[in-house]
Ligand binder design. Structure first.
Ligand code: ADP
Length: 431
């Protein structure tokens, strides 16, 4: 098989070798003709010498050139070789290989989805009509330097794309090179979304901090000016200033906790924690708020220890946020039920910490967005309750770090139930 292919490839390559040796052969022919005419060399000898030189010129120059060329590649340009096609086809993102004139040689499935009009041997510009791509391609062809361009693809959905146009020199089998152009397309949409989210987050955080700060400096001005000698006003303003300062401190606290949990998201907590005493501790701490709101906390816990692999501080934060939300937003129901159970699931069992309130509940359109940072159903109500809009986002991150899940159920007008589910120790060991 190898021999066959070598023979046929050598055969297929002889015109190339003849072309390369043409000048030498012509020089030999001239020399021999001169020798026959003026030097007395016989025509037969001259013919013999020429045939020897011609034979030498047609012999493959080295084994390296003779071996790698296969039947398939015989007479084929390197850019058209199956190996190049396989490489383009195997690229994870959309890729198109063009010849030096911009005609399509190969493209992969992702590229066909991106530009369904792409056809082999046709100009790529017919299928890729976006001005940014056309400019980048033209510049790459003209300058033979790599070009990058970004553009927005609006069909079928809006996507931010980046195209990289890279001129390539492919080595030919006989030491030469063939010039072609590789276009790769990268979907930048997820990165752009993260960037947008980060920008939104900074804008929201600054806005949340600026509001109490503005209130504080306003009251300081009033106390230094018009209310300087008004004892009653001073007392009232100091009370408001204290509340605003507490709100700022809480916001900064929540921001720091959120960033700490996010930083350690990939490290699963491994300390064994009995969560029953933790929930008791949180309920005890929230009793003053419950009695202020005239809400009864009903607790239903097993008598035995409920142990999970967890981070005590984070778990305390999670229990506190969920129970406090029940007391704040579900106060009109008059009671909040806190339970700890271990129901069976498809994968064995899990530990469920649930907080149920009987307040106004949450309309279904808000449910999917509740764990977004700074998302509130009613901003005014949240602020009035001292909320930061970060509590449920923090809860979601803590649950995720513990490899659990957060369930939110609510029937509008009939209260809400927030359930944090954690893997049991047996389930955690299996993972
Ligand atoms: P906040 O600091 O505002 O309480 P959270 O992230 O804890 O922030 O909650 C986000 C929003 O979800 C709240 O502003 C509130 O509108 C809504 N919410 C949370 N818990 C409840 C609940 N038990 N009942 C009704 N609405 C709730």
């Amino acid at each position: 098989m190898t021999t066959n292919s070598t023979t046929s490839s050598s055969f297929a390559a002889w015109p190339d070798r003849l072309r390369r040796s043409a000048i030498v052969l012509m020089a030999v022919m001239l020399g021999l003709s001169a020798s026959v005419m003026f030097g007395g060399l016989s025509l037969q000898h001259a013919g013999l010498i020429f045939i020897c030189v011609l034979g030498a010129a047609l012999v493959p120059w080295s084994l390296h050139h003779a071996v790698p060329v296969t039947d398939d590649q015989a007479g084929m340009r390197p850019a058209e070789a199956p190996v190049v096609q396989a490489l383009v086809g195997g690229m994870p993102e959309a890729a198109v290989l063009l010849d030096r004139a911009g005609r399509v040689l190969h493209f992969n499935v992702a590229a066909a989805q991106l530009a369904p009009a792409l056809r082999k041997n046709e100009l790529a510009l017919f299928a890729l009509r976006t001005p940014e791509i056309i400019t980048a391609l033209r510049q790459a062809i003209a300058t033979r330097e790599s070009q990058r361009a970004t553009y927005v693809d609006r069909v079928p959905i809006e996507r931010w794309m980046e195209v990289i146009v890279t001129p390539l020199l492919l080595p030919t089998a006989f030491g030469g090179t063939e010039y072609c152009i590789l276009m790769t397309f990268h979907d930048q949409t997820p990165l752009r979304r993260v960037e947008e989210m980060r920008a939104d987050f900074v804008a929201n955080a600054s806005h949340e901090l600026r509001t109490p700060l503005a209130a504080l400096s306003g009251f300081i001005d009033t106390l230094q000016g018009p209310a300087r000698d008004d004892v009653r006003a001073r007392e009232r303003f100091l009370g408001i200033m204290h509340a605003q300062a507490t709100r700022m401190a809480r916001l900064i606290d929540d921001l720091l906790s959120l960033s700490r949990v996010e930083l350690s998201a990939h490290v699963r907590p491994d300390t064994l924690v009995d969560i029953v005493p933790l929930v008791h501790q949180v309920i005890d701490g929230l009793e003053p708020l419950a009695s202020e709101r005239q809400v009864t906390i009903e607790a239903e816990f097993p008598n035995t220890a409920v142990t999970i692999a967890g981070d005590t501080e984070e778990l305390l934060r999670l229990f506190e946020n969920l129970i406090e939300n029940g007391l704040k937003y579900g106060a009109s129901g008059g009671r909040v039920a806190v339970s700890l159970t271990e129901p069976s699931t498809n994968d064995g069992s899990e530990i469920r910490f649930a907080v149920r309130d009987f307040g106004p509940g949450i309309a279904p359109e808000h449910l999917p967005r509740l764990t977004e940072r700074f998302y509130r159903v009613d901003v005014g109500d949240s602020r009035a309750q001292g909320g930061t809009g970060l509590g449920l986002s923090l809860v979601k991150h803590i649950v995720q770090r513990h490899r659990g899940r957060l369930l939110i159920e609510s029937v509008f007008g009939h209260g809400a139930t927030f359930t944090a589910c954690f893997p049991t120790l047996k389930g955690a060991a299996k993972e």
